[in-house]
Design a protein around this ligand. Structure first.
Ligand SMILES: [Zn+2]
Ligand SMILES: [Zn+2]
Length: 267
């Protein structure tokens, strides 16, 4: 396996299952050269983690950096954040930010798009009259708005909206919508993660789908593999499949973060 890093991971500091130190240990055992911790924003909402308070982000970053120091000389540990569209962050605290959309809003009401088929079906019905293309259009518009407003380093799980099976991915109108937003988003961020987190929850493929990957490649965007690991056992989940998929699409490299910024590794 040529993928030796993962920047999308969650720990006990948000909704993950292991402490930062355990994630680092397992990353080392896997032969990773680097690891990024990217717990969820707003970090102060995770009571079992860092707790509430105006300085929650500082506490989170300090906890990650302390663990990173203990790994010095073994592997590089970066402090990141998975920034949700409906929150803000103190950007200067982080080495990188992943921009993700988890909630969709309609008439002032927010609904989660990844809480399972029933919730997703209800949102599609109540917010969009059962029209999956309208549902998708509203979602991708938020991904675009997120990119424009926050200019993240990485676009998180680009087509998360497909997770719960409420979208007909064979519908040309859907494909046109999902693919169409890639060029708009690339005005602000051209690095997309290829994320196996859905696969560990039963999804049939990594995000994003092949036509989207083809568009990213065509437009000169880059990809960065991740597993959205909420437990240490998933740190390199299905990375071998991701490598194979990316090669078959035509990608020659994947991005990796170093202390000097992002570099491209051959695959
Ligand atoms: Zn996410
Ligand atoms: Zn995540």
């Amino acid at each position: 396996m040529k993928i030796k890093s993962n920047l999308h991971t969650h720990t006990l500091l948000s909704d993950g299952n292991n402490p930062v130190e355990r994630m680092i240990e397992v990353a080392r055992d896997l032969g990773f050269v680097s690891l990024g911790i990217s717990d969820h924003s707003p970090i102060e909402e995770f009571e079992k983690g860092i707790g509430s308070g105006a300085d929650a982000e500082e506490k989170y970053a300090a906890a990650v950096r302390k663990a990173a120091e203990s790994a010095e000389g073994k592997l590089d540990v970066f402090c990141g954040l998975e920034l949700d569209y409906f929150s803000e962050c103190k950007r200067e605290l982080y080495d990188y930010v992943i921009g993700s959309v988890h909630l969709i809003e309609h008439d002032g009401i927010k609904g989660p798009i990844d809480w399972g088929p029933e919730v997703s079906a209800q949102i599609k019905r109540d917010f969009y009259g059962g029209d999956d293309v309208k549902f998708a259009e509203a979602y991708y518009k938020l991904v675009f708005e997120h990119a424009r407003r926050n200019v993240p380093d990485i676009i998180g799980h680009y087509d998360l909206i497909t997770l719960c099976g409420q979208i007909d991915e064979t519908n040309p109108r859907y494909i046109e919508t999902a693919v169409g937003y890639v060029s708009e988003i690339m005005k602000y961020c051209s690095r997309f993660e290829v994320n196996t987190g859905g696969m560990s929850r039963g999804h049939y493929r990594p995000y994003p789908a092949r036509p989207i990957l083809e568009e990213i490649l065509r437009l000169g965007g880059t990809v960065i593999p991740s597993s959205d690991a909420h437990r240490s056992a998933h740190l390199a989940y299905k990375f071998d499949e991701v490598e194979e998929l990316l090669r078959s699409v035509g990608f020659k490299t994947v991005d990796r973060l170093t202390k000097d910024g992002f570099v491209a590794d051959p695959i």
